[in-house]
Ligand binder design. Structure first.
Ligand SMILES: [Zn+2]
Length: 414
């Protein structure tokens, strides 16, 4: 293992030049008191929000490429809808949105008629339909730490990760990495064995100019790749083995002001409430207008299909949870649905939330570490299985889930 880490380290140094060699030397010196300790492997779950599998082939990800080559990687099918919160929650609970309860980035629930769930909501009421892996870990005596993840600030029956940070988009990727490394520098007794780490820069760049626009998006991808390179070097310097699981929550497709469906053209806005719009629309008819709203939406539309919650096509595995909007409208991939078009939508942009089987919506998967055999590219699998892998790697009994270890059998070492 140590030899393997040194090899990775050397290849990283070659890729990144001499400045980093300095960093590694100084880190080795500062951590020398623990250098002789044989460390147990940590499991580090990383999300690069909005990272599409083909981003690996843009020539800007030397560190990810090196990890892919000596690990396992490939496309991963997200859950529907291909939104950030539903999918991050699927990754860490092993359940699809219907079963974990985070059915959108914005939601309503008839049990709390005066509230709206938003991405900043930390009230456990909204999160209590499934336990994330860090709670499974804590309950079984495995120490966990979260350097951001949707839901990581929520308390579950009084339990939280041992270490967690309140989300701040302003906290630089550099600082996120150094927080993880600081945890790894701790003495064995208080060092986390499961860590999550989250990067949002690639998703933001993808939204701004679309997935095809080279420079800005490539810059964001390169930046995250650099930080992952830093992380690997620092781990090597600490002689800290780690199973690194890199995932994304969804892909990205091009949107345009030329492809907008206006809800006001279908029915006046005083008849219903829009819970969420954009890459899909969630509609709640006002009580007195149920029939009118139903008739207006549940009828053929150009570039869009609408269903009642109970009739959403089976392959989406979405609609059992009462939080799924009463009427759900899905446009053709690349079209958007709006009541009020946001100001930032001026030309070409990027979006997600669409059919999870569409190639542009595919998420990314990469695993590398002492428990991962170097098998290279793997066939696509469902992201709902990641929870099982995490439980396996940290040695805990998983909660009942919709996933299994089956997709990983060819490369997970016992
Ligand atoms: Zn996302």
């Amino acid at each position: 293992m140590v030899r393997y880490l040194i090899q990775i380290c050397l290849s990283m140094l070659l890729l990144s030049g001499c400045a980093n060699a300095q960093t590694v030397r100084s880190t080795v010196q500062s951590s020398s008191p623990t250098a002789t300790e044989i460390r147990e492997p940590a499991t580090i779950l990383i999300s690069i929000d909005g990272f599409r599998p083909d981003y690996l082939d843009r020539g800007v990800t030397p560190n990810l490429k090196a990890l892919a080559k000596s690990g396992a990687y490939g496309p991963m099918r997200p859950a529907f809808p291909t939104k950030t919160f539903p999918n991050h929650w699927t990754l860490v609970t092993g359940k699809r949105p219907d079963n974990h309860g985070i059915v959108g980035n914005t939601m309503v629930d008839s049990e709390r008629p005066d509230e709206v769930f938003r991405m900043s909501t930390k009230d456990p009421f909204w999160w209590d339909q499934a336990d994330p892996i860090w709670i499974t870990a804590e309950e079984q005596g495995v120490r966990s730490a979260t350097m951001f993840w949707p839901g990581s600030e929520v308390e579950f029956d009084g339990k939280r990760p041992n270490d967690w940070w309140p989300f701040s988009q302003e906290l630089s990727n550099d600082r996120r990495i150094s927080a993880v490394i600081d945890w790894m520098r701790r003495p064995a007794g208080i060092r986390p064995k499961l860590i999550t780490l989250y990067f949002d820069t690639v998703d933001m760049a993808g939204h701004r100019a679309g997935p095809a626009n080279g420079d800005k998006l490539n810059e964001a991808i390169r930046e995250v790749d650099d930080r992952i390179g830093d992380l690997m070097r620092e781990l090597t310097a600490l002689a800290q083995p780690a199973n690194i699981i890199i995932t994304s929550d969804h892909g990205m497709t091009e949107t345009s002001v030329e492809r907008i469906i206006y809800l006001d053209k279908i029915l006046p806005r005083d008849k219903y409430r829009v819970v969420e719009d954009g890459s899909y629309a969630g509609i709640e008819p006002l009580e007195a207008n149920k029939e009118i709203v139903r008739n207006a939406f549940i009828t053929p539309h150009e570039n869009m299909e609408c269903w009642e919650r109970s009739n959403i096509p089976k392959h989406f595995q979405y609609g059992k949870n009462p939080r799924v909007p009463s009427i759900f409208c899905l446009p053709e991939t690349g079209w958007v649905i709006y009541q009020d078009v946001p100001e930032w939508m001026t030309g070409i942009g990027g979006g997600h939330g669409y059919d999870h089987r569409h190639p542009d919506m595919m998420a990314f998967f990469l695993a590398n570490g002492p428990r991962i055999k170097p098998v290279g590219e793997q066939p696509v699998f469902d992201s709902v299985n990641i929870y099982s892998m995490l439980a396996f790697l940290i040695g805990v009994t998983p909660n009942e889930s919709e996933g299994s270890l089956d997709p990983f059998k060819s490369f997970l070492a016992p």
